[in-house]
Design a protein around this ligand. Sequence first.
Ligand code: ADP
Length: 206
Amino acid sequence: MSQLVIGLSGGIGSGKTTVSDLFAAFGIDVIDADLIARQVVEPGTLALSAIVEKLGSQVLNQQGELNRTQLRQLVFSDPSIKEWLNQLLHPLIRQQMKSQTLAAKSSYCILSMPLLVENKLTHMVDRVLIVDVSETTQLQRTVLRDKSNVEQISAIMSAQASRAERLAVADEVIENDGQASDLSEKVGQLHSYYMQLAARRNKVID
Ligand code: ADP
C-alpha cells in the first residue's frame, strides 16, 4: 500500500497525461479519475441502469453504452439532471478512487484528478501537484490535440477553475510552457523528492 498519495491536477491540455505517463515510467502507480468516471457507467453497471431508468434509453448508443453527447445535451437543457447525476456518480467515483489508491503498490502513487479543485477533493490526497501553463499555450495545445476549435476549448477553459485557484492549493507546481523534453527532468526531480517523503513516512509508521 502506498503511504503517500499525490493528487495531480491542471486545466484541460495543461499536460497532466504527459506528466502522469512520466511518473508511470518510474514504476509509480497512476490512478486516473477520468478513467474511473467512465468505468462506473460501463454497460452492466447499476449506475448505468439507474441513468436509463431516469432518462430513458435515448442516452444509450447502439452498443448499449452511454451516449455522452446525448447526455451532455440533456444536462445542458436541464441543470437538475446534472445535479442528479453528480449525486449518483460522485460517491461511486470517490469510492473507486479510494480503493484503487489503497491497492496501489508503489512507494507513493499519483491520483490524477482533472477536477480536483472544482470538486473540492484535496482532502483525498496528501499533497497536490499542479501542472501549470499559460492560457495561450493551453488553448493552442488543446486545439491541436483535440482537432477542436478555439471557441469550444475556450468555453471549457472558462467553465474550469482558474490558474490562480489551482495554484492556491498546490504543494508542488510543474511549469509546462517549455519543451516536452524539459518535463522528464522536472518529473525526475519530483520523483526523487516524493520517494524521500514516502521513505520518511514509512519510517514514522514502522
Ligand atoms: P491533459 O492531460 O492535461 O489534458 P496532455 O498531457 O494531453 O494534457 O497534453 C496536451 C497536449 O499537449 C498533448 O497533445 C501533449 O502531447 C502536448 N504537450 C504536453 N506537454 C507539452 C510540452 N511541454 N510541449 C509541447 N507539447 C506538449
